[in-house]
Design a protein around this ligand. Structure first.
Ligand SMILES: [Zn+2]
Length: 394
């Protein structure tokens, strides 16, 4: 038996609540060790690819494998289910199939992708992006965390060779089909009265850094009229994001860093990050352009300047319809539903047939400590995943 309870103590964040588990940090490395032990205990052979993704093979590795899994990292102060539920369910699905005496007739693997949330280095789905070539290795290796540690340094410390990072045709060829089980990040299944569903699509989404530069100065001695305060412009960017996100689009500023960040100091600069999502590329770009225009106007009015940098972007993903319908059929016609959340499955969908199973989340809350799924629904997820894998690996 493997369960989320096994790792409940790993990476708990006493300050934020929930969990802070980030790519290649001490906590995530501990979870990787835990995964390796759990997989090895089942007789699976674990290997780490050039980009830091872990593969646990049931039988000999080979091309065209049936692959399932998810990630073990979290957002800062995230929930217990986003990521680990898919990994634990994958291992449990292996147990279910084993108990039936089932032996896969083609290659089969459980995968753990590295730094899916981008919680440490800012780019989501880093492991799957590197594997598929969706991010240039030089650009990825240069990314740094809030302490200035680069991806290259973090990978090297984890025993990987940064020189080998990059597109991995061998690993990609080995994936015949990928199925990721994930806690739903919304209330779709609650409204539909279903424990499990399949994904239909993912919104187009990306991250943009807004760097507003002004003039650092004294909070008491500087007259209001003399200020070039980047925080004022930054605040207006936050409000512009709310205004621009209409008709189903979403725009969020969840991170804002003033420099130097003192109570009695007018900041010299403020960096803030916009997460924007919408139904398609054009609408997402339009939302970001509207917010960028508002940022330029606000910066000019405050005597500041602003630069906008796209840090990552992914177009709308529509999951393989035939695979989706066939999985829904195997599961007795469970509903298909879209999601606003990004996943490694979304990155892989551009290269191999890919599907996702969602497990009901009673409140819809995710990326927060309150994220939840009932034990019965998690169990239903394992049964569903096992049924789907059995069908695919037959
Ligand atoms: Zn996730």
């Amino acid at each position: 038996m493997t369960s989320l309870a096994d790792i409940a103590g790993v990476g708990a964040d006493p300050r934020r609540g929930g969990y802070s588990r980030h790519g290649f940090d001490r906590v995530e490395l501990e979870l990787r060790t835990w995964f390796t032990e759990e997989a090895t205990r089942r007789g699976l052979d674990v290997e780490c690819d050039r980009n830091g993704n872990l593969w646990a093979w049931w039988g000999p590795p080979g091309d065209g494998a049936v692959v399932t899994g998810s990630h073990l990292d979290s957002v800062p102060g995230g929930g217990a289910f986003d990521g680990p539920l898919g990994v634990v369910s994958a291992l449990e699905a292996v147990d279910v199939l084993r108990a039936k005496g089932f032996v896969p007739s083609k290659p089969f693997a459980v995968v753990v992708f590295a730094e899916e949330e981008g919680g440490r280095f800012g780019v989501a789905c880093l492991g799957s992006r590197l594997l598929t070539g969706a991010i240039a290795p030089e650009a990825a290796l240069r990314l740094s965390d809030s302490d200035g540690v680069t991806v290259a340094e973090a990978m090297a410390a984890a025993g990987l060779d940064p020189a080998l990072v990059g597109p991995d045709a061998v690993a990609l060829r080995r994936i015949g089909v990928f199925v990721e089980l994930h806690v739903e990040q919304g209330r779709g299944l609650v409204d539909l009265g279903a424990a499990v569903g399949v994904a239909s699509s993912i919104l187009a989404h990306g991250r943009w850094r807004f760097s507003v530069r002004g003039e650092g100065n004294h909070a008491g001695a500087t007259l209001m009229v003399d200020r070039r305060d980047p925080m004022i412009a930054a605040a207006r960017v936050v409000l512009a994001a709310r205004q621009a996100a209409t008709s189903g689009a979403r725009a969020t500023v969840g991170k804002l860093v003033p420099n130097p960040g003192g109570t009695n100091v007018i900041p010299s600069s403020v960096d803030l990050w916009l997460d924007a999502r919408a139904e398609d590329d054009a609408r997402t770009r339009a939302v970001v352009e509207e917010i960028s225009a508002a940022a330029s106007a606000a910066a000019a009015e405050e005597g500041c300047s602003v630069t906008v940098t796209e840090e990552s972007y992914g177009d709308t993903v529509v999951f393989d319809a035939a695979l989706r319908d066939s999985l829904s059929g195997v599961l007795g016609g469970v509903p298909a539903l879209p999601t606003g959340a990004g996943h490694d499955a979304g990155i892989l969908a551009g290269h191999v047939p890919t599907a996702m199973l969602f497990v009901r989340n009673p409140t819809g809350v995710s990326h927060a400590p309150q994220e939840h799924a009932e034990p019965d629904d998690c169990a239903a997820g394992v049964v569903a995943l096992a049924a789907v894998l059995e069908e695919l690996v037959r």
